[in-house]
Design a protein. Structure first.
Length: 259
């Protein structure tokens, strides 16, 4: 029998991180070891981690132990599972709250390829919430666009965008970017208001986003307006909490002002 070859550097690093006696449950030891290696830069954002089978063979742990460790890191947002591709170190996206930009523009500016999986697009009667958000008169229709937004093929968000049909009369006018279609009709949003709250993925949302049911989501409700104050867009989105951080710039109170 030939001698085994050298252990690759990253696998050797995993073994070193697990070395020593520790009464902690094995799945937590493995999860902690991988998290430390990610924090120290041994594994970089976007790197693939060894498969469950390879980790089980490397460590001598049972497959179920390895699976529990990987699932814990996925729930924490440290790892991201891509169906059919494997498990990767998650690269979190920082989205500034002060910028009103389309998903396509934002992703393209990060050097990734934006995409969409259309779930539905239609001209329809508005729902009561949409009527109020867009200030619609009785009898007005809307264009409703529901799609999964992707970056380099990875699903990141589910988006339901609604626009007055008086501004955008056909859903077929949308190719990739809603904001591009609005700009071509002289109706580019000038400013907007967003509300963000935390939520958990339903079974259907989890299926579209490729995450476990109950995973953390960021639910975002956005209203965008023309320069004259007329509402032009009402969008409700569910973003993967393991991939997005929304960042705001804060200013301190002016010093020396009377209290």
């Amino acid at each position: 029998m030939s001698a085994p070859g050298p252990v690759p550097a990253k696998q050797e690093a995993i073994l070193q991180a697990l070395a020593g006696d520790d009464p902690t449950p094995r799945y937590l030891r493995l999860a902690g070891a991988l998290a430390r290696l990610i924090e120290s830069g041994v594994f970089q954002p976007g790197d693939a981690v060894p498969s469950e089978r390879d980790l089980a063979h490397l460590t001598g742990y049972a497959r179920v132990t390895v699976r529990n460790a990987i699932d814990a890191l996925i729930r924490s947002g440290t790892l991201s599972r891509r169906h059919g591709s494997g498990t990767f170190v998650a690269s979190r996206i920082e989205q500034p709250l002060s910028v009103l930009a389309s998903f396509s523009t934002d992703i393209a500016n990060r050097g990734e390829r934006p995409g969409s999986v259309w779930l539905s697009k239609e001209v329809a009667r508005p729902k009561p919430q949409e009527t109020m958000a867009l200030g619609l008169a009785p009898g007005e229709n809307v264009v409703r666009l529901i799609r999964v937004r992707t970056a380099d093929g990875e699903p990141l968000a589910i988006e339901c965008a609604v626009v007055p049909a008086a501004i955008l009369p056909s859903a077929d006018l949308i190719e990739a970017s809603l904001y591009t279609a609005l700009a071509e009709r002289g109706a580019a949003p000038a400013h907007g208001v967003q509300r963000i709250h935390a939520g958990l993925a339903t079974a259907e949302e989890a299926r579209h986003l490729g995450v476990p049911a109950g995973s953390a989501l960021l639910r975002i409700e956005r209203r965008a307006f023309l320069a004259n104050g007329k509402p032009v867009e009402f969008t409700v989105s569910a973003y993967r909490g393991d991939r997005y951080d929304f960042v705001a710039t804060l200013k301190g109170e002016a010093m020396g002002q009377p209290s």
